[in-house]
Design a protein around this ligand. Structure first.
Ligand SMILES: C[S@@+](CC[C@H](N)C(=O)[O-])C[C@H]1O[C@@H](n2cnc3c(N)ncnc32)[C@H](O)[C@@H]1O
Length: 199
């Protein structure tokens, strides 16, 4: 099964509220409303069925992009957005190159699927190239104490120290935290969150 089929299958055959990564709302939105203007170009990497983009739509952010490998998840996003303008990009992040600049790059629970060092390095370079100076990177990924798989796939786990050091070339890290996500079935998953500014 291809990776696209894997993710389409997950989304098509499970209620969103039963997916292990499900959460009702995105705490990151509070930082975003306090720190960037409503016209800031914002991209959500691997947005899936996350409420993130819909929360921003409701808050009248006007320049929103969602990239995901699952075209099924994106089509659900289009339906839920009810005609409100969002750029939907169906792509594997590893095969994608941004064609424009963004003021904020958001990734919850996607970077940890990049298990190959070169893919991780390319991801950080791409985020750096796509963000304007002063733009924000917000990333939440399984910490070194997080699960070893997600959605049945192997993941790479990252400590805050390692994420901070990988980002140091192009970014200044402004905040970090360890957050525990409780899955719908009651398991605890430890995430490392990093907020950084493009130099
Ligand atoms: C664990 S889910 C997280 C979804 C969402 N960010 C959230 O917090 O609800 C991972 C998401 O990343 C997408 N994804 C996985 N690998 C990807 C890749 N290589 N390129 C783009 N999207 C990917 C999946 O389709 C899925 O929507």
């Amino acid at each position: 099964m291809s990776l696209t089929d894997h993710w389409n299958d997950r989304y098509e055959n499970n209620p969103a509220s039963k997916l292990s990564w499900y959460q009702e709302s995105s705490p990151e939105v509070e930082f975003i409303t306090s720190n960037v203007g409503k016209a800031t170009p914002i991209i959500d990497i691997g947005g899936g069925l996350s409420p993130f983009v819909h929360e921003l739509i409701d808050l009248e952010f006007t320049d929103l992009t969602v990239l995901d490998i699952s075209d099924f998840a994106l089509s659900e996003g289009v339906r839920k957005a009810e005609g409100r303008k969002v750029e939907w990009i169906a792509s594997d992040i590893r095969d994608w190159s941004p064609e424009r600049m963004f003021g904020l790059w958001h990734d919850r629970a996607v970077f940890h699927f990049l298990t190959v060092k070169e893919d991780q390095q390319r991801y950080f370079s791409m985020a750096a190239e796509a963000l304007v100076p002063g733009g924000y990177l917000i990333m939440g990924t399984f910490s070194e104490n997080g699960p070893e798989t997600c959605s049945g796939l192997p993941v790479a786990r990252h400590s805050i120290v390692n994420l901070t050091s990988s980002l140091a070339v192009d970014f200044t890290v402004i905040d970090t935290s360890i957050q525990v996500h409780i899955t719908p079935s009651g398991s605890a998953q430890e995430f490392a969150w990093v907020y950084a500014v493009r130099n």
